[in-house]
Every structure is written in C-alpha cells, then in structure tokens.
Design a protein around this ligand. Structure first.
Ligand SMILES: [Zn+2]
Length: 305
C-alpha cells in the first residue's frame, strides 16, 4: 500500500507536478521561494523513487500460510523456500532498484558536471588570452572581449569571470552596466550554476516519458529572474529592462550564465514590471516545499512502523 503510494508519488512529482508548476507563472514573482519549491519537488521525487521498493518489504510475511497442504507426493519444497525467504528476495530486488536509481543519478551527475567544468575551464583560458590587455578591471575577474555584439555573461567556478564585450560597454550607460554587473555577480555569489546543474542532472536521470523540458526552462527563467532582482536593487527596474533589451541580441555560451539573449528576455521584462508576491503567499510556497519533502519520509515511516 505505502510502496504503491511512494511509486505513484515518484511518478506524479517527476512527471505531473513539474508540468503544473511550470504553468503557475505567478510563482515567478517570488523566484527564490519558487526555486526552493522546485528543489523540494525534485528531491522528493528522488526520495520517493528510492524508498518505494523498501517500503514494500514489511508487508511480506515470513512463515508458510495455513492453506499450504504438502504431502510425501508433493513436498512443495520450492514453495516453502519462497514463502520463507521472499522477504529477503524482495529486499534484495528493492535494494538493487534503489541502487540503480542512485547509480543513474550519480553517473548522470558525474558526466554533466565533468563536461560543464571542462567546457568552462577551456572557455576561461580562452577568455583570459583574448581579453583586452589594458582592461582596468582584470583584478575583479572582469574580462572585456573585442567584439561588437553587446554580450555579457559569467563563467562560474573557483576562478570565476564576468565577460563583457566592447559592444556591451559601448551600448550600456553607467547605470545599465551596473545592473548587468550586479546580475552576473548575483549568479556567481549564489552559485546559480550549481542549482542549474542539479536540475539538469535530475532532468537527464528520469526516463524520457516522465521527463519534462518545461521544468528545466522554468528553473532557468527563475534563476535569471532571481539575478534580475539584484540588478534592480543596484540600478532600478527601468535601467535593468533597458540593459536586457540591449543585450537581447547577444548570445552567451552554453556553459555560462548570461545576462540576456537566452530566450527568456520577454518573460523577464514582464516580471520587472510586476510586484512581488505578498508575504503570506510566499510563506505558503515555503510550507508547500517542506510538506513535499516530508511526504515520502512520512510514507516510509508509516510502512515500517
Ligand atoms: Zn543571467
């Protein structure tokens, strides 16, 4: 019973909930709480998948049932062995399924993490070589590339970089440039790359029929909306919106976090014009996140009680 509920919960949380949550566009007006809710849902889906099989074990009795009639002609040795040992057989299968889910997650995490980090390291080396030698901001980790297209992005990691083009410096007045820098520094400070990596790993770990691309798109938008809040605090909503428009033509590399130009600009512009969600609504979102994580743990506790 509880094992079935956990299996159902895993499917609902990995297949249905992300599609529903991606349609709740008002969540975007509280991006931090929304990201916590998204993390809670994905963590809970993993927990439910890992715990579903072990939750079935307590429901398997150990001894032979009364209806089993054996005789010298039919000693039913195999049946008795199965009834006496099925708890251990199921436990073995359950452990194997859980290990398989865990192994798939770890392997996916290792592959994606390694690919992203090596792409970033190569890109950082390239940027350091190509950057304008006279750039006064090199000590801040800012690198300026001689390119006419206005582009800004950051390369996260221990030796992080904020990369701007000459086109961006020429097109952005002081307050808009401050907004862009605040946006990129928010990405670096908040390690938004790790958050995005976490969701990318989970996205690639679930089977195709359950996988929801809109979930990953929504998380990416929420991360951008969160960094935009820092930009608004630095320079105001109007300067941030103008900077977004200016940079919308540019393209950031796949392994980086850009300031604009990733297809989310229109939605982010709308968010800049909207108010944040009221505090009680945000509190409900955090409560929802807690409840979603507690649910699979409560179900497995009930199963083993
Ligand atoms: Zn960004």
């Amino acid at each position: 019973m509880y094992a079935l509920l956990l299996a159902l919960l895993a499917v609902v949380l990995s297949g249905v909930a992300p599609r529903v949550m991606a349609r709740l566009v008002s969540f975007r007006r509280a991006p931090r709480a929304a990201l916590v809710a998204w993390q809670a849902v994905s963590l809970s889906a993993v927990l439910a998948a890992l715990l579903a099989a072990p939750a079935a074990v307590p429901y398997l009795g150990g001894g032979p049932p009364g209806w089993l009639a054996c005789s010298s002609l039919d000693p039913c040795d195999a049946t008795i062995w199965w009834i006496e040992n099925r708890r251990w057989v199921v436990l073995g299968v359950a452990a194997s399924v859980s290990l398989l889910v865990l192994g798939r997650l770890l392997l996916s995490g290792h592959r994606i993490g390694t690919r992203l980090r090596s792409a970033r390291a190569r890109h950082r080396e390239l940027v350091d070589v190509l950057a304008e030698p006279g750039s006064a901001s090199q000590a801040d980790g800012i690198r300026v590339l001689d390119h006419a297209t206005p582009t800004a992005y950051c390369l996260p990691g221990r030796r992080s970089r904020v990369v701007l083009t000459e086109g961006a410096l020429a097109a952005l007045p002081g307050d808009e440039l401050d907004a862009v820098l605040a946006h990129e520094r928010a990405h670096l400070r908040g390690r938004h790359d790790l958050l995005l990596e976490y969701f990318t790993v989970l996205h690639h770990s679930v089977p195709d029929p359950v996988r929801s691309p809109e979930a990953l798109r929504e998380v990416r938008l929420l991360i951008e909306a969160l960094a935009d809040r820092s930009a608004v605090r630095a320079s105001g909503a109007v300067a941030t919106a103008r900077a977004l428009l200016t940079l919308a033509r540019g393209q950031a590399p796949e392994s980086s976090l850009g300031a604009a130009g990733d297809g989310t600009t229109a939605a982010r512009m709308r968010l800049l014009a909207e108010d944040s969600l009221p505090v009680p609504t945000v509190a409900v979102m955090y409560l929802y996140a807690v409840a979603v994580v507690v649910l699979p743990l409560a179900l497995v506790w009930l199963a083993w009680r």
